[in-house]
Design a protein around this ligand. Sequence first.
Ligand code: AVI
Length: 314
Amino acid sequence: MARSPGREEFLRDVLAGLSSSPKSLPCKYFYDARGSELFEAICECPEYYVTRADLALHEAHLSEISAMIGPGAHVIEFGSGAGVKTRKLLAALERPRAYTPIEISASALAASARDLETAFPDIEIRPLKADYTLDIDADRLNLDPPSRRRVIYFPGSTIGNFDHPEALAFLKRMARIARSGGAVLIGVDLMKPERQLIAAYDDAQGITAAFNQNLLARMQRDLDASIELDAFAHEARFNPEESRIEMHLVARRPTRIEVGGQSFDFAGGDTIHTESSHKYSVKDFRALAARAGLKSAKVWKDPDGLFSMHWLET
Ligand code: AVI
């Protein structure tokens, strides 16, 4: 999810989100430099099981995953490839032919490509600067001969941050890019008791709260917005109808946000919905993938049933 769209796009999305009912802001704007630091800190929180469970699943099943990917494949990651999971995966692959990280931030992409070229001199690193949430120009990946297997890699459960129609469209796009004979390796967070989910998204140290509130601070910094930061509190809510955790910024008292020449009034208790994190059962995710034309060939779960990794074939 690390994206840094320009100021114009940010302002347009903020004005649209604050004008809508209920008010919302897109979660992609969490990840400026400060937000990315806070997200790294969330991943270390004892309550936020997602990163640890995902990494443990990678470690436990690397040789099987490597065998499924097979020799000579082109691994295409939707994300910068800067993470420890990517390194573990690349290290375990049998003579991979190529690896492409797809990332909108040119600086993040260049830094990770440089590091990976040094660490993996045998792998052809082909970075692609693009917004993976939009359509990717397939010509830019078509250096591959038709016989080369493509594997789309999307760890970390970011798929959960998409609403169901968006997740379906996203999976269809992955299937198109993987093309016939390809596969998708994707991390998906699993449904679990509400108490555990709330703790994971409202940790005791207040790091997730700071991550959520940084969105308002970013509006001040980047858009010169006038906001009483202390008038908004972080809240994590479970939405059982949609099987998702929602993050909100809730007005503690009547307040006003002024941005881009417009003002938005809040009564105490009014909220801005800033993120949804959908939780799936294995069965429901398989069904969603099937609607995108992806056949489930293997699912790995950790022993506590917290997290899953799906191998889907085109
Ligand atoms: C990036 N994404 C998978 C995280 C999640 O769990 O939905 C973002 C996050 N939001 C709060 N904590 C972590």
